[in-house]
Design a protein around this ligand. Structure first.
Ligand SMILES: NC(=O)c1ccc[n+]([C@@H]2O[C@H](COP(=O)([O-])OP(=O)(O)OC[C@H]3O[C@@H](n4cnc5c(N)ncnc54)[C@H](OP(=O)(O)O)[C@@H]3O)[C@@H](O)[C@H]2O)c1
Length: 297
């Protein structure tokens, strides 16, 4: 594995663009939001080729085009590999994954055109595929790295063994695995995924850190119990429940980067504030207890 790479610097909170079309922002408003985020230290934008039926990258590209200088102030993360049913791709007749050399390179080149930039800071393979051929991915990564089109590489939703297999073919390190983690989706914490990533120094990015908003609108018994634990800790710590959820994630020693999905600036601000607060053990375990529904053994 090559070790001569400059380390990627991702902000403690990343802003996800999956729900961007729902925010109903003009290009000017999106640019303003982006600049306000940069000012408070949220400079990492998480997107994907497929977001918004293949429209989100371009929406952001239009915002960046209004002030090209902003590009150098952000870290652009995007993904490839999922092929959706879409009017834009009439030849695709079933949702599937594709990691051929051609598809990876074409997808990145399209992302570059969409964003109006000549480099992606971090490219993630969106989901593991039973047909992923690691030797072919290695060729694509090598080309993208050497041509300067992608600076860093990672994966998303990969299991430890899948990471090992791919990494063994690469001459670039996989620096990030983006996985679902929240107090309502804690599996990565106890199924060995985060332990593995710590061992390999792979940064975990947590998608849907507020469980897509479900954390704040509890319905089931478990959801209510977890929400109550966040409220109780929040009262003691003078934090909002969603802030406690963020602090709970960043307190884990693996260095989790929550990827939040709100376009509401006040909520983004609350998240970055929460990212500076590590929870005392007993507060952390009070939430873990609510997640487990029992005391630890
Ligand atoms: N790699 C993958 O496979 C994968 C999969 C899914 C997502 N992602 C990435 O992860 C990002 C975040 O995912 P997400 O959007 O599900 O994250 P999230 O932050 O867990 O959820 C965002 C949702 O929660 C709502 N919300 C936030 N704060 C709230 C509050 N205090 N009260 C009530 N509702 C609240 C937001 O509504 P408002 O907009 O009204 O604030 C928004 O609808 C995505 O944008 C994408 O970049 C990656």
């Amino acid at each position: 594995m090559a070790h001569n790479f400059e380390k990627i610097k991702i902000s403690p909170i990343a802003l996800g663009h999956w729900r961007l079309p729902e925010w109903k922002l003009s290009a000017r408003e999106l640019l303003d939001l982006t600049e306000k985020c940069i000012d408070i230290g949220v400079d990492t934008i998480d997107s994907a080729d497929i977001y918004g039926d293949y429209s989100c990258e371009q929406l952001f590209g239009k915002a960046l085009a209004l002030k090209p200088l902003v590009r150098s102030k952000i870290k652009l993360v995007t993904k490839c590999g999922i092929r959706l049913l879409s009017k834009k791709f009439p030849d695709v007749f079933i949702k599937h994954y594709e990691y051929s050399y051609r598809h990876i390179v074409n997808s990145v080149e399209q992302s570059l055109r969409n964003f109006g930039t000549d480099y992606i800071d971090l490219l993630l393979l969106h989901r593991p595929s039973p047909l992923l051929n690691p030797a072919e991915v290695a060729m694509a990564f090598s080309h993208l790295r050497q041509s300067g089109k992608v600076l860093h590489f990672g994966i998303s939703n990969f299991q430890p063994l899948q990471i090992d297999i791919l990494q063994s073919y690469l001459d670039v390190p996989l620096v990030v695995n983006q996985v679902e983690i929240s107090p309502l989706k804690p599996n990565c914490i106890h199924n060995g995924t985060l332990d593995y990533m710590m061992a390999k120094r792979i940064i975990p990015m947590a998608w849907s850190p507020l469980a897509g908003g479900k954390l704040l609108n509890p319905v089931s018994n478990t959801e209510r119990r977890v929400f109550q634990s966040l409220q109780q800790a929040g009262q003691m710590l003078k934090l909002q429940p969603e802030q406690v959820a963020i602090s709970w994630l960043i307190t884990h020693p693996s260095g989790i980067i929550p990827v939040i999905g709100t376009g509401n600036f006040q909520r983004i601000k609350m998240a970055i504030e929460a990212s500076t607060v590590t929870l005392e053990h007993q507060h952390w375990f009070s939430i873990y207890r609510a997640i487990l529904g029992r005391d630890v053994d």
